[in-house]
Structures are given as structure tokens and as C-alpha cells.
Design a protein around this ligand. Structure first.
Ligand SMILES: C[S@@+](CC[C@H](N)C(=O)[O-])C[C@H]1O[C@@H](n2cnc3c(N)ncnc32)[C@H](O)[C@@H]1O
Length: 342
């Protein structure tokens, strides 16, 4: 079966491109060979035109997945159609599956664990996410199956991210968003990331671009994990990351301005004026906004820019749904006429 041979450093972007073109063969696993990766592709004429060497190789089929497409299919024989409606979306973080089990399915926990293990045979822990959120946006979890730990290494966008769900915030659903930002960034930029957590944004951007990133985080546990993550990925990173512990509202005023600021703002924190003041060309500001208020949100940003003597163009993108009609959004702010424009 065909596979394209790509340099390991380009494997992630090429894989995405292949998926976008619909010619990536997800039924087989890629294989590392020295400094190259063999990516499985379908038998399509498009593959030849991509400029990569195409080989005929046996790549192993992904176990189980080809049979069990998703949890709902797997559980269709065990749960009633009524019960299946209560199944919630779940996350797989490293080898931990994180689920929310509503009251209506509590008697089906064993079946759900069985189904998760069928769909994801590599998981070693199934944790139930509590509804209550503590300091630093950390949820309460209870382990319902497997090893008694909430620490794992999550692979995403070509980096490894050590996370500990009991100590620091991490959201695997932002994978696409992190990749989007890494594509926008250009080599040579200086970037500031307050509210940096265990450094997922910084690592993904530094993985692909020769940039200098300064990141700031208040939670000491997230800071410690972030430092470990820099070491864990050291050999993969093109860019440099400086990580500063502390409160963004104390630290940022002491820092210079940057080409780009990325603010994964915690909920209910208003860091707009602070982050705008540090951005020379671009700001990516995350917030939670009701869909009816998106135009007001844009207007608020334009007004905040004007107050700082800047003109800006703002595009607001819905990143994920949060609750009915309320979205996590990212405002991509570009300064059209900035104070120190060169
Ligand atoms: C929404 S999370 C984002 C974390 C990370 N960027 C990510 O995407 O995984 C917000 C982060 O901001 C941190 N935080 C909250 N208040 C802060 C403050 N005043 N200064 C610096 N970091 C803060 C929290 O500990 C948390 O890690």
C-alpha cells in the first residue's frame, strides 16, 4: 500500500494537508524511519503530484479502530437507544480517557468503561470529570477505572505535553486552534503568552517557527510542568521559550512590547487592556461571548485600541461551544496603525 516519505520535521503539517485533501489513510499507522516518517496514503493520483517520494510499504492497521468506529457504535448493543442519547462527548488525554457521566447513565459506568477500552485500547485510566471547577480552572476528577493517576503525556501537533489534570489546566480540544496560530506566526517574531498553563501554545508554535516566546503563568504546578515540557521537547523546538512564574497583571507591566500577544484568558478575567498594551502588531484574545454579543465584543476591542492610540481590524472566530449560545471565541486583532509602527 502507498505511503509518502517525509522529513520527520514536516510530518505533522503534511499529515494535515493529506487529511484535508482526503488522501490520508487513517486505517494504517505511520512509521518512523530515521529522520523520516512514512505516512499512509490512499491509492490516489493526487499523491504523486505532492513532490514527496511515494513508497509501497506494509504499514500496520490500527487495531480495533477499523471495527469500532466510535463509542456510540460500540455501545449500541449494550445501551438502549434512550440511554445512548445521554452519552456525552469525552476526551482522550495521553492514556487517560476523561468522561462526564450524567445521572441517567450512572448504572452504565462499567459498560461505558468497557466501550472506551474497545475504542481506545491504549488507555490506562478512565477519569470522571466533576462539574465543579476550582482555582486555576482545575476540575475535580474521580478515577473510575485503571491506574490511580491523573498525570500523563499527551501528544499533539508534533509535541509531547506532560499534564497533570489534578494540578494544572489543559484542554486537548484546542489542538486545532494551536495549530492555526502556529500557521499565522512568522519566523523571527517575538511573542508574549500570558496565562500560559503547561505551555501548549508556546510548544506548538516553537515546534514549527523560529521565534522567541515569553510565557507567564501564576499556578506554580503548571509552571513546573511547563519547565519539564520545555526539556521534554528541547530537541524538537525551532524556537526559544522563556517561562516566567507570576501574576500576569504584575509581570506584564515590567515586560517590553512584542510583535504578537496570545492571551488564552481565564474565564471572568478581563485582560484586554493589559494584553493590548503589550502587542505591537497582533493580539489573539480569547474570551467567552454570547453569540448575540459578538458585535459588541468587537466594538469593545476597537474602543480599547483607540484608548491606547491604536487603530485595529478585528475578526472574531468561534473556537468552541461553551454552553447554549455562548462560545469560546478568539478575537484576531491586527493593528493597522500602531504607535511604533515601522
Ligand atoms: C484558560 S487556562 C489556559 C492555559 C493554557 N494556555 C492552555 O491553553 O492550556 C488559563 C491559565 O491562566 C492561569 N492564570 C490564571 N490567572 C492568572 C494570572 N493572574 N496570571 C497568570 N496566569 C494566570 C491559570 O493557572 C491557567 O493555567
Amino acid at each position: 500500500m502507498p505511503a509518502v516519505k517525509v522529513p520527520a520535521t514536516e510530518a505533522e503539517p503534511v499529515k494535515r494537508k493529506l487529511k484535508k485533501l482526503g488522501i490520508y489513510d487513517g486505517k494504517r499507522r505511520p512509521r518512523r524511519e530515521g529522520n523520516f516518517v512514512l505516512l499512509p496514503v490512499t491509492d490516489s493520483p493526487q499523491v504523486q503530484g505532492m513532490g514527496y517520494e511515494v513508497l509501497d510499504v506494509e504499514l500496520p492497521l490500527r487495531p480495533e479502530r477499523q471495527i469500532y468506529k466510535n463509542l456510540e457504535t460500540v455501545l449500541a448493543d449494550r445501551l438502549t437507544p434512550e440511554e445512548l442519547k445521554y452519552l456525552r462527548r469525552y476526551d482522550v488525554i495521553g492514556d487517560i480517557a476523561v468522561v462526564q457521566i450524567p445521572r441517567e447513565l450512572r448504572h452504565r459506568v462499567d459498560d461505558i468503561v468497557w466501550g472506551l477500552r474497545k475504542v481506545h485500547p491504549f488507555i490506562r485510566v478512565v477519569a470522571q470529570k466533576g462539574f465543579h471547577e476550582g482555582a486555576f480552572r482545575i476540575r475535580e476528577y474521580s478515577i473510575i477505572w485503571g491506574e490511580r493517576r491523573l498525570e500523563t503525556i499527551h501528544k499533539e501537533n508534533g509535541v509531547e505535553i506532560k499534564v497533570d489534570l489534578s494540578r494544572a489546566f489543559f484542554n486537548p480540544r484546542m489542538k486545532g486552534e494551536r495549530y492555526r496560530l502556529a500557521q499565522l506566526v512568522r519566523d523571527g517574531e517575538r511573542i508574549l503568552i500570558p496565562f500560559a498553563g503547561v505551555l501548549p501554545y508556546a510548544l506548538v508554535i516553537a515546534r514549527y517557527k523560529r521565534v522567541r516566546i515569553t510565557a507567564v503563568e501564576l499556578n506554580e504546578e503548571a509552571y513546573r510542568l511547563g519547565l519539564e515540557n520545555i526539556e521534554l521537547n528541547r530537541k524538537r523546538l525551532k524556537g526559544e521559550i522563556e517561562f516566567i512564574p507570576g501574576n500576569a497583571f504584575d509581570v506584564l507591566p515590567e515586560l517590553p512590547t512584542y510583535d504578537r500577544v496570545i492571551s488564552p484568558t481565564p474565564r471572568d478575567v478581563d485582560a484586554l487592556a493589559l494584553t493590548l498594551s503589550k502587542a505591537e502588531r497582533w493580539l489573539h484574545y480569547y474570551d467567552f461571548v454570547h453569540e448575540a454579543d459578538i458585535e459588541d465584543f468587537k466594538a469593545r476591542i476597537i474602543e480599547a485600541c483607540a484608548l491606547q492610540g491604536k487603530e485595529c481590524a478585528v475578526k472574531v472566530k468561534k473556537v468552541s461551544d461553551f454552553k447554549p449560545h455562548v462560545f469560546k471565541v478568539c478575537a484576531d486583532v491586527e493593528f493597522t496603525k500602531a504607535k511604533n509602527w515601522s
